[in-house]
Design a protein around this ligand. Structure first.
Ligand code: NAD
Length: 509
């Protein structure tokens, strides 16, 4: 059986605990991943400590060159990486390539790191005084990532962290760890010094070791909200800088004037793509007014029936299996909860079997209507191919629904009315807004982050927010007196004496 090990300097840490990695298409175990310990982390940290000062002292242009080379290598290996990703995650190949591509766009941003690290300068902030600020790396940072984007999310963090001069230790999801390890290997091949981009595999034991390790200064986490909150609290209590992104329940508001054919096409992909296992999926649709609700439901039904669920290598499939058997059972349980709560189950995706792949973790598409905000199945994230219709009577109610939900990751509005769209974007209590864009994932040079229980901490992923997270600002106030004019000043010319100067907070203006 293939063993997926850490990518730590000079070791193979195999032995001890390990965990199954499945092929979700077949339901069979295809590899085992090593679950690391404190001792494995200590080795990674020691290697990071040895390498980081030299890397930080490497000029930013040379650091950027590693990013350029890495980007070329990932592109050259795109097919291999996409197949590997798809075989452990279950998303279709085109989607797996999208996962890698969105990560590469952050690498492209990191190629410009010399420009964004330039800092600020004020000449003559006071008499003979200049003030400048620089951004210096934190030292050693860690990333803890979820299963659903095993390429993109490690690169959100790792590309920016390392380009800024940090050493980065990644703890990927134990459910699909092969691509993160491959990315670390390709980083090395691209010229990244040993010890700067490492991978430790593991579960809670490794996460806790990271949270408590005194040499790790910053932690970026993405995963479910309860774990995000836990990571945030424990990391901050240990004196670290922490950003922790959590779950989501994104709403798509459909105004009466929306182009319904376009909305249905957008919703099919946004609700069911990647089997709904995206934090920016649109699992809730909110038609405004009864007429819109009736027309939308009528058009949604044939679109859902036309969805093709297949193995992840099926080029015709819209989506593949979910990640594992436990998750399949959880999604099906949520569907039952919806039924028990009184929502109308219009399409039931439970019990779906794909011929020839009866043990695969497939869930058919499901559609609920007449879902209401008091239902548990509305309040919680299902993270599966389940779309819920929540009918709103007017625009105000449509703004209120996502605004009052515990999650606030993304939201979309579909309309032809610019004023309504503008008003919605201004008022809604959610971090990322799409206007006729169903999945408003910001481009790499903007930043990604939700509100409320979708993110703990105060900086977003990638873009300038990422650079802020992975660096500390140092502000230098300097004065270079003219050595040739070493004359007493102060009392002689009527001003304060040097001794008096030293006892007051200087004002420069
Ligand atoms: P998860 O919370 O189960 O796991 C995330 C990471 O935490 C993994 O590395 C895992 O090993 C670790 N972990 C799991 N249980 C832990 C515990 N008890 N203590 C310490 N660490 C633990 O999440 P997942 O199922 O891998 O990913 C899906 C979730 O991630 C969804 O909720 C989804 O919305 C969310 N997500 C959010 C974003 C975002 O940017 N907001 C992006 C992608 C995914």
């Amino acid at each position: 059986m293939r063993v997926i090990d850490h990518h730590i300097v000079g070791t193979g840490g195999a032995g001890g605990r390990s965990s199954d990695v499945f092929d979700p298409n077949t339901g069979k175990v295809q590899a085992r991943v090593t679950l690391g310990t404190q001792a494995d982390l200590d080795r990674a940290v020691a290697a990071a400590q040895a390498a980081q000062p030299g890397w930080a002292a490497t000029n930013p242009q040379r650091r950027a060159r590693v990013m350029f080379a890495f980007k070329a290598l990932v592109e050259a290996n795109m097919d291999e990486l996409a197949h590997l990703l798809s075989s452990e995650h279950g998303k279709v190949i085109a989607d797996a390539k999208g996962d890698i591509q969105r990560g590469l766009e952050v690498v492209e941003f990191a190629c410009g790191i010399p420009h964004v690290l330039k800092g600020e300068y004020t000449q003559g902030a006071g008499p003979g005084i200049d003030v400048y600020s620089t951004r210096q790396p934190i030292g050693i940072g860690a990333g803890i990532t979820p299963f659903n984007f095993p390429a993109m999310i490690p690169l959100w963090m790792g590309a920016v962290a390392t380009a800024c001069g940090n050493a980065f230790i990644l703890k990927p999801s134990e459910r699909d760890p092969s691509v993160p390890v491959r990315l670390a290997e390709l980083m090395r091949e691209a010229g990244m010094p040993e010890g700067i981009f490492q991978v430790v595999n593991g579960d809670k034991e490794m996460v806790d070791a990271i949270l408590d390790h005194p040499a790790i200064g910053a932690i970026s986490f993405v995963g479910s909200s309860d774990i995000a909150h836990y990571v945030y609290n424990r990391g901050v209590a240990a004196g670290k800088r922490v950003q922790a992104m959590g779950g989501a329940k994104n709403h798509g508001i459909v105004m009466p004037d929306a182009d319904l054919d376009q909305v249905v096409a957008d919703l099919s992909g946004a609700a069911f793509g990647s089997a709904g296992e995206r934090c920016m999926a649109l699992p809730v649709v909110v038609p405004v007014g009864e007429k819109t609700a009736v027309a939308l439901r009528e058009k949604l039904l044939p679109a859902i029936e036309a969805l093709r669920v297949g193995v992840s290598t099926d080029a015709e499939a819209h989506y593949g299996p979910v990640i594992n058997a436990a998750h399949k059972a959880r999604v099906e349980q949520w569907i039952q909860t919806g039924v028990d709560e009184g929502a109308e189950l219009v399409v039931d995706g439970r019990g779906f079997k794909l011929q020839g792949h009866e043990d695969g973790f497939f869930v058919g598409p499901s559609l609920f209507d007449h879902v209401t905000p008091d239902m548990q199945s509305y309040k919680e994230e299902i993270f599966g191919p389940v779309l819920q219709i929540v009918r709103a009577k007017d625009f105000d109610e449509a703004v209120r629904l996502p605004s009052q939900h515990q999650y606030g990751n993304g939201v979309a509005i579909f309309t032809r009315n610019g004023h309504a769209a503008r008003e919605f974007a201004a008022r809604v209590n959610v971090g990322m807004v799409g206007i006729n864009v169903p999945i408003p994932v910001p481009v790499a040079y903007h930043t990604f982050g939700g509100w409320k229980r979708s993110a703990f901490g105060d900086t977003n992923q990638h873009g300038m927010e990422g650079v802020k997270f992975w660096t500390k600002v140092k502000t230098i106030t300097q004065r270079w007196p003219d050595g040739s004019a070493d004359l007493p000043r102060g009392s002689e010319d009527g001003g304060p004496s040097r001794i008096q100067d030293a006892f007051v907070i200087p004002t420069m203006g």
